[in-house]
Design a binder for this molecule. Structure first.
Ligand code: ADP
Ligand code: DP6
Ligand code: CO
Length: 325
């Protein structure tokens, strides 16, 4: 017996206030609340069906068969919720570099949560979909929604989920991704953040200051104050990367070209262009700016980088079912 196949599309999100550390590694309960912007340019399409003739889950990513052990642990959660014993066929295409610090795990698990739960016959409310996506990758809890999204850390499986802040934001902002390295990062987000929790002497200070950053950025978003939003996001990102350098053994996702971009953004700012940077667990830089300034910023970046390395994104939608081509 083969179930109906469902295809879901989820967009990645870039955190302006970062999630960096877990209170519960198994349930993926974070140490702090985080806030992100879902992006239109980067996304994952995932198709799932259950097939009773399969002896194990089968997983294809970008047309190549993958080891299914991690995804199977997630599918076990879906099976448990749906009271199903059948294995699944999962096919996914990333329209975002995989494991490169461009949040492929966020779009991946948000798309998988919707496609798998539907194929299993479930009709989850968005809050429960966010909780399910969270179990695959914490940042995926936020990709259930579009626009600005907050992940409320909660304190257990039921209370830890994302909520939309402005789903269909009319704010004409722009995120330019400077892709410095598309390859797999050396330290996964999962491993990096756990090392920080366990060894950085500055971790308690991070928790305290990220709470403050979150409260102030929410106000600034409401006020449409790009200067404030950008400044808070930039400082929050640098605090996260400072944690990595203060861990034992210490590590950093920065490459020489990363620093070059940071300096260029600071130079542009000194010239009066309102732009700010943020970075996730990888060397690639995302520049937050207004849509009107993006052309000018791209021109300056194009002096040092190939056009193919410069990708422009805007606020994007939440996860949805699509019909497969
Ligand atoms: P990223 O910065 O891309 O989010 P992470 O280290 O957080 O990198 O996570 C990458 C994880 O997500 C890996 O375990 C990878 O196998 C998984 N992943 C990426 N894309 C998909 C996909 N489309 N479907 C399922 N899992 C995926
Ligand atoms: C730096 O959600 O990828 O992008 O929950 O272990 O899968 P796991 O980690 P992941 O971590 C994202 C970290 C970050 C910041 C953020 O997105 O908030
Ligand atoms: Co990730």
């Amino acid at each position: 017996m083969i179930s109906k196949a469902f295809t879901a599309r989820a967009h990645t999100n870039i955190a302006l206030i970062k999630y960096w550390g877990k209170k519960d590694q198994q349930l993926i309960i974070p140490m702090n609340n985080s806030l992100s912007l879902t992006l239109d340019h980067f996304y994952t399409d995932t198709t799932v069906y259950f097939d009773s003739s399969l002896k194990h889950d089968v997983f294809y990513l970008n047309d190549e068969e993958q080891d299914a052990s991690k995804i199977s642990r997630f599918m076990d959660l879906v099976r448990a919720q749906a009271e199903l014993k059948t294995f699944a066929h999962i096919e996914s295409v990333n329209h975002v570099p995989t494991t490169a610090g461009l949040a492929s795990s966020a779009s991946a698990y948000a798309a998988l949560a919707l496609a798998a739960s539907k194929a299993a016959g479930m009709q989850l409310a968005r809050q429960d979909l966010s909780r399910l996506a969270r179990r695959g990758s914490g940042s995926a809890s936020r990709s259930v929604y579009g626009g600005f999204v907050e992940w409320k850390r909660g304190n257990d499986d039921l209370s830890s989920f994302a909520v939309p802040i402005e789903e269909n934001t009319d704010w004409n902002i722009c995120m330019i991704a400077v892709v410095i390295d598309k390859n797999r990062k050396k330290i996964s987000s999962r491993v990096g953040m756990q090392r920080v929790v366990e060894t950085s002497p500055f971790y308690p200070a991070w928790i305290k200051s990220s709470e403050h950053d979150l409260a102030t950025i929410k106000k600034a978003i409401k006020e449409r104050n790009l200067k404030k939003v950008g400044a808070i996001a930039e400082e929050n990102a640098m605090k996260m990367h400072a944690l990595n350098m203060s861990a034992s053994p210490h590590f950093s996702y920065f490459e020489p070209a990363t620093i070059e971009v940071l300096h260029l953004v600071e130079l542009l700012r000194s010239e009066g262009i309102c732009c700010y940077y943020t970075l996730d667990a990888g060397p690639n830089v995302k520049i937050l700016c207004s849509a009107e300034d993006s052309e000018q910023i791209l021109k300056r970046l194009a002096v040092k980088f190939d056009k193919k390395q410069l990708l422009v994104a805007h606020p994007g939608p939440g996860v949805e079912l699509i019909s497969k081509k």
